[in-house]
Design a protein around this ligand. Structure first.
Ligand SMILES: CC(C)(COP(=O)(O)OP(=O)(O)OC[C@H]1O[C@@H](n2cnc3c(N)ncnc32)[C@H](O)[C@@H]1OP(=O)(O)O)[C@@H](O)C(=O)NCCC(=O)NCCS
Length: 129
């Protein structure tokens, strides 16, 4: 049975393991333990999906809860993909911030068709430094 949470603690090890099981690990610095620890410790909104004690999905965000919410990582275990978990994690994230708050993210190449499918609009003025 799957359960969703926004307050269940996630260790850096569980985070890294899920990144690898989702394939997003190919695009994240999973070999850098201090980075993994810092990413988990300093995020202020993490929604998760669990199959009993196994972390099978995560949405990791940095937000002020009022104006902007940056979703840095959305990852679902390959064995659990296409079951509605990714969409539900975005809904859970959205439900934790005010209606006035914009959800912002950079898509991985593999997910460019996923985000418009669940309602995201492409932004022509996005920049990265
Ligand atoms: C992208 C990802 C998060 C989607 O999660 P998911 O749980 O598999 O997606 P869902 O089951 O919630 O899909 C919701 C809808 O989007 C569709 N969808 C899922 N992945 C898709 C994709 N890559 N491209 C297009 N549509 C997709 C589903 O078919 C479903 O459609 P429906 O509602 O019409 O049935 C997941 O595939 C993943 O972790 N991928 C690898 C890591 C990655 O690229 N993450 C994004 C980083 S920005």
């Amino acid at each position: 049975m799957l359960t969703y949470s926004s307050d269940r603690p996630v260790t850096a090890h569980e985070f890294k393991d899920l990144l690898l099981r989702s394939t997003l690990g190919e695009r994240r610095p999973v070999e850098d333990d201090a980075m993994m620890q810092g990413m988990i410790e300093n995020s202020n909104l993490i929604t998760t999906c669990w199959d009993r004690d196994l972390l099978v999905g995560i949405s990791r965000s940095v937000t002020d809860f009022h104006y902007c919410c940056y979703v840095s990582d959305l990852a679902v275990d390959v064995s659990y993909q296409r079951k509605g978990i990714g969409k539900k994690l975005i809904e859970e994230t959205s439900g934790k911030v005010r209606d006035s708050c914009t959800i912002i993210l950079l898509s991985a190449p593999a997910a460019v068709d996923f985000y418009p499918h669940i309602g995201f609009k492409k932004h022509p003025q996005a920049w990265v430094l």
